[in-house]
Design a binder for this molecule. Structure first.
Ligand code: FES
Length: 136
């Protein structure tokens, strides 16, 4: 979740760069998954820009978004037992279609490849099933 304190830390760390706005926006987006509207006045104040200028940059670049991406949270186990059960082949098959976060062992080793999808454990995953579950 977004926090003003963390936002200020990011700004402080990057403010000395030449042309700090884009790196700051990238870092904020990377950290929070978006550049929330509440961050705009903080950035503007710190860089001596107007809110409109900062907002203009956020909306100009398609890389930046004001709300986090929709979609399910997918945590895919890439630990040893799931590797032995073919998770890497599955990763290759869904590459570019499904965004996931790697996790290391969900305790479902005997029935891998395993994942947590929106917090729900799913075992014996196949690429087709993962794509369907991800709604991709
Ligand atoms: Fe994947 Fe344990 S290694 S669930």
């Amino acid at each position: 979740t977004w926090s003003p304190e963390r936002t200020v830390e990011i700004i402080t760390a990057l403010a000395d760069l030449e042309g700090p706005l884009l790196p700051i926006l990238h870092e904020i987006q990377e950290t929070f998954g978006c550049v929330p509207p509440a961050a705009v006045p903080i950035i503007a104040g710190a860089l001596n820009l107007s809110r409109a200028e900062v907002h203009g940059v956020v909306s100009f670049y398609h890389d930046f978004r004001e709300t986090p991406a929709e979609g399910r949270s997918i945590k895919l186990c890439r630990a040893e037992a799931c590797q032995a059960r073919g998770v890497e082949t599955l990763v290759k098959a869904v590459d570019g279609k499904v965004a996931f976060e790697p996790v290391y062992c969900l305790g479902l080793c005997a029935s891998g490849p395993s994942a947590l999808i929106d917090g729900r454990p799913v075992a014996r995953l196949t690429a087709e099933r993962l794509i369907a579950l991800a709604g991709a």
